[in-house]
Design a protein around this ligand. Sequence first.
Ligand SMILES: [Zn+2]
Ligand SMILES: [Zn+2]
Length: 265
Amino acid sequence: MFDCHTHSTYSPDSIATMFDACKIALQNNLSGIIFTDHYELDLKGANYVFNFDVKKRSQEINNLNLNFKNNFKILEGLEVGFQPHIKQELSNIIKSHDFDFIIASIHSVEKEFISNGQYYQNRTKQEAFNKYLEEIYKSVTQFNDYDVVGHIGYVRRYGNLQDRSMHFKDYPEILNAILKEVIKNNKGIEINSSGYRDILQTPVPNYDIITKYKKLGGQIITLGSDSHKAQTIGHSFDIIKDNLKNLGFKYIAHYEKREPKFTKI
Ligand SMILES: [Zn+2]
Ligand SMILES: [Zn+2]
């Protein structure tokens, strides 16, 4: 298996050097790793600049690949923060380099970071979650230059919520529309294991959404830890893999040169 969602020090909020991340991935018997550093533009009140020198990272990844050999693959990805008004700039950066993998994520609504908590003020949970899901719907209908939709349910992690669940039954129409669009366009969804490291104790998205995706005909799933430090590379993959098998999935994908490669589980 590959860890398809990891942040290196090319992301300003990560402390994982690429070398350390690769070492831990190998220790955890992974076949490879994809560095999906942040690419975000035009955010209100962001503490960091979430973009980086793609060519410099690429050179470093080439060198690491020479170092690690042994059939361990180190691949180049991006996690782009989709916003409707910057979709052209995102497409330009994606087309400017030979990436292996692109995750399209929603981290902000109307230029405001979801993670800073203000997003939840003056909104009920239902409103906050619906607005977030509507942004995902925009990303999958207005943008085509991605491979998988990142962490559907990211909004569960933040805000002062009593109940952080996002079940399919509570948001059926918008989730149905998102999943159908993803499948129609031959894209995939990622299963983000970071929820097992925090209060959620589920993957993101939750299993009932993954089940619905499968029922609708969805086959492409990637697995990612969303690590911002090396120690969490591959975190909880075994438990998620077993649960995915029980749900009837036979393959997990990773991407190389923007093409899905399937591994039997
Ligand atoms: Zn993300
Ligand atoms: Zn991430």
